[in-house]
Design a protein around this ligand. Structure first.
Ligand SMILES: Cc1ncc(COP(=O)(O)O)c(C=O)c1O
Length: 375
């Protein structure tokens, strides 16, 4: 019998395959299509010639751990201990999985806010926890009344994602205040704060769990070098957690993967000194504005986009099709691959919205909009 009977191939894989099959423009999966920084490529070439090809320490290359601690200090004014509070992981995905396996016990309830990233629920189910899926409000802000009503003595974890995939929504001070008030009532609840788009926010700055000292002793913060350095294929990220939680997470990590690719760690250790992640917001803001201006010429209604490189749009006012059929038609008849929102919801609820990834060069964005205008 399957351990995950209701889970099938992810929508990201399905849509990227369809994009290849029909040679459509791929605005589905969240990755950039522009070249990686030449400086980073040169650093990789240099390191491949050195004798750095064997296992690194389980938690990560010590120098890179120190640089992550410095980045956390510079970005959030939070001091973390590089040897006890940071773990380098095979992308955020593995950090999330390891944290859930380590910290969620049989029948523990884990609150997931929908629409939600597709790795959360399977990770909870494999850890024998109970996913409690709650919808965000219509404007995609957290529904604090519903969250408060769902919390009880069985709640072990709440998974938050800010900036949010797929909606591009970011949390406010008030959201953090509400969370902290609730957590005061439930001292054993852990926060898994997925912040892979932490450096991609626009008019309003990202507020991180790292900014909130009250959360530090109970929060696992998840970051992704894939997202922050435009290298999603390298599969590298990290988690920051208090030592008491990290001890448990490392027990899972060492059985799952032991340690992360040495060349990637050496290369990022050098590159992090020359790259300015703080400029990522401006970089993607230009792309967002450009894409949104192009999309004004189409029939889609665009939701606000405060962060991430995703734009959500609704089509319910001009088509009744379910979102899976709708995105398939966009590929086959119009040559543009996108992501439907239903796979992000419990039981595939269809809200007649789709997601575009605008981490693409201008030419790709222009061509996509031209095709979508024909709808
Ligand atoms: C919200 C969210 N969390 C986690 C991940 C996984 O990140 P990584 O590629 O570093 O595993 C993604 C990737 O798209 C994401 O959108």
């Amino acid at each position: 019998m399957s351990k995950l009977p209701n889970i099938s191939t992810s929508i990201f894989t399905t849509m990227s395959q369809m994009a290849n099959e029909y040679q459509a423009i791929n605005l589905s999966q969240g990755f950039p299509n522009f070249p990686v920084d030449q400086k980073l490529k040169d650093i990789v070439i240099k390191w491949t010639q050195e004798e750095i090809h064997q296992y690194l320490p389980m938690s990560g290359y010590p120098s890179l751990l120190e640089k992550i601690a410095k980045l956390t200090q510079d970005s959030y004014q939070r001091k973390v201990n590089p040897s006890t509070e940071i773990l380098i992981t095979a992308g955020a995905t593995q950090g999330i999985f390891a944290a859930i396996q380590a910290l969620v016990h049989t029948n523990d309830e884990v609150i997931i806010l929908d629409p939600s990233f597709d790795s959360y629920e399977p990770s909870v189910l494999l850890g024998k926890g109970k996913p409690i899926r709650l919808e965000l409000n219509e404007d995609f802000t957290p529904n604090w009344e519903a969250i408060a009503a769902a919390m009880n003595s069985n709640t072990k974890m709440i998974i938050t994602n800010n900036p949010h995939n797929p909606t591009g929504k970011i949390w406010t001070e008030n959201d953090f205040n509400q969370l902290e008030l609730l957590l005061d009532l439930y001292p054993n609840v852990i926060v898994l704060s997925d912040e892979v788009y932490e450096y991609i926010t626009f008019e309003n700055k990202h507020i991180s769990a790292h900014h909130r000292p009250k959360l530090w002793n109970r929060t696992v913060c998840v970051s992704s070098f894939g997202k922050s350095l435009h290298i999603t294929g390298w599969r590298i990220g990290y988690v920051v957690a208090p030592e008491s939680l990290m001890i448990e997470i490392k027990k899972v990590h060492q059985s799952l993967i032991f340690s992360i690719n040495s060349i990637a760690q050496y290369a990022i250790n050098d590159y992090i000194d020359v790259v300015k992640v703080s400029e990522l917001g401006n970089f993607y803001q230009q792309k967002r504005d450009f894409f949104r201006s192009l999309m004004q010429e189409t029939k889609f209604e665009l939701f606000p986009c405060e962060g991430t490189y995703f734009q959500v749009a609704s089509y319910g006012h001009f088509s009744n099709e379910n979102d899976l059929d709708f995105v398939k038609k966009l590929v086959t008849d119009f040559g543009v691959a996108t992501i439907p929102l239903s796979p992000f919801y419990d039981k595939g609820k269809d809200v007649k919205c789709i997601r575009f990834c605008f981490a693409k060069d201008d030419e790709t964005l222009i061509k996509s909009a031209e095709r979508l205008m024909k709808l």
